[in-house]
Design a protein around this ligand. Structure first.
Ligand code: SF4
Ligand code: SF4
Length: 112
């Protein structure tokens, strides 16, 4: 069985016309995080792109955390970690929370 699987996997070479690998989709933190900020996502993010962290100056001032769209590597770890289902791939964000794409990006724009 394993040999058959391997055979299938390596049998077909990539086509010359295969489109370029898709750009990663940034993840977004949405409304359920407001008032939570429990940092489970911060602890699992492999590239530390969720801010502010508790040791950053504006942590107490913000109502939620934000994902840096330029740093997120599309790994999905934060989705599993979040106890209130606030993390979404951008293309899976419920329509009523689409404004959080901009809300997350704006946090990093004003911080830079
Ligand atoms: S998808 Fe991965 S890299 Fe992006 S914010 Fe979540 S844990 Fe971090
Ligand atoms: S794990 Fe969820 S609720 Fe906790 S800080 Fe991250 S996004 Fe907010």
């Amino acid at each position: 069985m394993a040999a058959a699987v391997l055979h299938r996997r390596f049998r077909t070479p990539p086509l010359a016309s295969t489109p370029k690998e898709q750009e990663p989709v940034a993840y977004v933190i949405a409304e359920p995080c407001i008032g939570q900020k429990d940092n489970s996502c911060v602890e699992v993010c492999p590239v530390d792109c969720i801010h502010p962290t508790p040791d950053e100056p504006d942590y107490d001032a913000v109502e939620m955390l934000y994902i840096d769209p330029d740093e997120c590597i599309d790994c999905d770890a934060c989705v599993e970690a979040c106890p209130v289902d606030a993390c979404f791939a951008e293309d899976q964000l419920p329509s009523e929370w689409e404004k959080y794409i901009q809300v997350n990006a704006d946090y990093f724009a004003q911080a830079s």
